[in-house]
Design a protein around this ligand. Structure first.
Ligand code: FES
Length: 585
């Protein structure tokens, strides 16, 4: 229950109260702390009446460097309107913002920093609930990781997807089409002027990527987790629907505060299982697994990759969206958004999972009505792909697991044996991949080492190894590619990612050499280096690993504490000390 009070004297023991009395600055006299806090905030013109309301923080991640959050100001206005209408006091505050293309060395390197910023601001500033506004890939997981650790009532609002553009009559949207057109440019079927024209059309408005990349994936997962409002994942950034969702999110945050519905009651094992089903059924970004593992780790749960793979065996891809299908996010919204998908997935979901509305996911699916005819979400008997979008691989090359986005791979390469063509790191690849003298054929396996959590560092999305130019110009569009890095959710191809342990800490990937044979069997879920244990051990004894350390600052914190992909690439000290078991169960 809400326990705010307009009394100036809060009493000596109210350090853990509600509203402005929460988390008082420590001067050794709580009444004085509250007196001082009120004096300062009244300097901004607030009345006692306003300050007596439930305080709702609004995490503002607007930044000139983040066009995916380019609608932040109107969103905040709409959230504030909702909070005020519901009787709360809105308090926007800034945190770090991360955009994929404006984050050096890579956005993943900064995700944990953003999660720490979010967590500590939620602890430091008095708020009874928080609206987390994120959108671009790493921002939503960072916010949910931070909020999960802070443990207060929280609700996610995403900025929404960008609109699609058109190039010479063909509809385009970032960033699957970015890669497709860049591939054509590399293959010399587009000239400089044409690729420049494409560049103007790929991002037609503010908002997150138009396809099922990581941002869209996380938006859908947030709704599946029950941590954002029903219907909130898909409205595009610049639409009236998006603003209405923002207003409703603000109002719901006040109810969360009044009811004290904390985030741990929403982000339960049941909710994570629902999110995993959705990840598999939407052909979601492989990054979704890493982020779910990090979020679960904050709540004491470990992701069991083998169990996740078992879920994938009976969870077909239903969403016909790029890169696995043909549509864009705005089409998904017109097709009814997540309600349409969840209705179709209903037999596979935990319908009793609680959502931020205070109702269960099952109740929300019922409330969404009967659905209508559309061509974006398929039925389970007519899927885009018969199994989940992501398969988990194991073998002597990846003892801790690896993944492949099978729904967007070349089916002819799913069972494949080839000769390894090895690049030691990103620099080596950049220097040689387009070299005419590179000894490479279309049926070889491209191997890129040292782009894992510590290796690069920050596990960049460089796993989408380009097809060597001399093969690209001959029309080769896909090859088996293996790395310990990640790939953008907007990318596609027969690409094995997240090889664990990574090469930089001595995983078997470190010891692959040019000419070794590698066998991939997605059917058997295996990735094997056809080299004897004895030979691998001999290589391990004779080969030095690159140094993975930093002398100071955030880089040192990162290098000293970052975990592997199976633990979400979170910092070890940020994971919950309490262990609650595995998900999926
Ligand atoms: Fe921000 Fe794609 S770059 S969502």
């Amino acid at each position: 229950m809400w326990r705010g009070s307009s009394r100036l004297q809060a009493g000596a023991t109210h350090n853990a109260g509600s509203g402005l009395r929460k988390g008082l600055t420590n001067y050794g006299d709580n009444d004085f702390s509250l007196f001082l806090r009120k004096a300062f905030i009244k300097g901004a013109g607030y009345t006692d009446d306003a300050l007596d309301r439930p305080v709702i923080g609004i995490a503002n991640t607007g930044s000139a460097y983040n066009p995916c959050h380019g609608n932040m100001e109107p969103l905040i206005e709409a959230v504030k309107r909702g909070i005020l209408l519901a009787g709360g006091l809105p308090m926007p505050f800034p945190t770090i913002s991360i955009h994929e293309s404006f984050a050096h060395p890579t956005s993943m390197y900064l995700r944990n920093l953003m999660s720490m910023d979010t967590e500590e601001m939620l602890r430091a500033a008095p708020m009874d609930a928080v609206v987390l506004i994120g959108g671009c890939d790493k921002t939503v997981p960072a916010q949910l990781m931070g909020a999960a650790s802070a443990g207060i009532p929280a609700i996610q609002l995403v900025t929404g997807s960008m609109l699609t553009g058109a190039y010479r009559g063909t509809r385009v949207g970032a960033c699957t089409d970015c890669r497709r057109y860049w591939g054509m440019y590399r293959a010399e079927t587009l000239d400089d002027e044409e690729i420049s024209d494409v560049n103007n059309q790929l991002v037609a408005s503010v908002g997150t990527c138009a396809v099922m990349g990581t941002a869209s994936t996380m938006a859908c997962l947030a709704e599946a987790l029950g941590i954002s409002l029903p219907g909130s994942a898909t409205p595009p950034a610049v639409t009236a629907d998006r603003m209405r969702i923002a207003e409703a999110t603000g109002a719901q945050a006040v109810r969360l505060a009044r009811e004290g519905l904390t985030i741990d009651r929403i982000l339960t094992p049941e909710a994570f299982e629902n999110a995993m089903r959705v990840l598999l059924a939407i052909g979601g970004s492989t990054n979704g697994i890493v982020h779910l593992a990090a979020m679960a780790g904050r709540l004491g749960m470990n992701v069991d990759l083998k169990a996740l793979d078992r879920l994938g065996r009976d969870t077909p891809v239903l969403l016909d969206l790029k890169p696995s299908g043909q549509h864009y996010m705005e089409d998904f919204h017109r097709a009814g958004g997540m309600a349409t998908l969840l209705r179709e997935l209903k037999p596979l979901l935990n319908l009793d999972a609680l959502t931020v509305t205070g109702r269960t996911l099952g109740e929300e699916i019922e409330r969404s009505g009967p659905g209508f005819e559309q061509d974006v979400v398929r039925t389970r008997d007519n899927p885009i792909y018969p199994q989940g979008g992501i398969a988990v691989l194991e073998g002597n090359l990846a003892p801790g697991g690896a993944i492949i986005k099978q729904a967007s791979a070349d089916q002819a390469l799913m069972e494949h044996e080839g000769r390894a063509v090895v690049f030691e790191n990103l620099e080596d690849m950049a220097a040689r991949i387009d070299d005419e003298s590179l000894d490479v054929n279309a049926d070889d396996v491209l191997v890129l080492k040292n782009i894992g959590p510590k290796g690069a560092p920050g596990m960049p999305e460089a796993g989408y190894i380009p097809i060597p130019k001399k093969l690209a110009v001959r029309g080769v569009k896909d090859m088996v590619r293996i790395s310990d890095g990640r790939m953008s959710g907007t990318a596609f191809g027969t690409i094995i990612l997240h090889v664990t342990p990574e090469a930089a800490i001595g995983g078997p990937l470190a010891y692959v050499r040019n000419g070794d044979r590698i066998r991939l069997s997605v059917g058997e879920r295996s990735i094997s280096l056809l080299v004897s244990d004895e030979e691998l051990e001999a290589r391990r004894q004779s080969q030095e690993l690159p140094s993975c350390s930093a002398e100071r600052g955030y880089a040192k914190l990162f290098m000293d504490t970052v975990t592997q992909a199976d633990k979400g690439v979170d910092f070890d000290f940020l994971r919950s000390v309490e262990q609650k078991g595995q998900v999926p169960r």
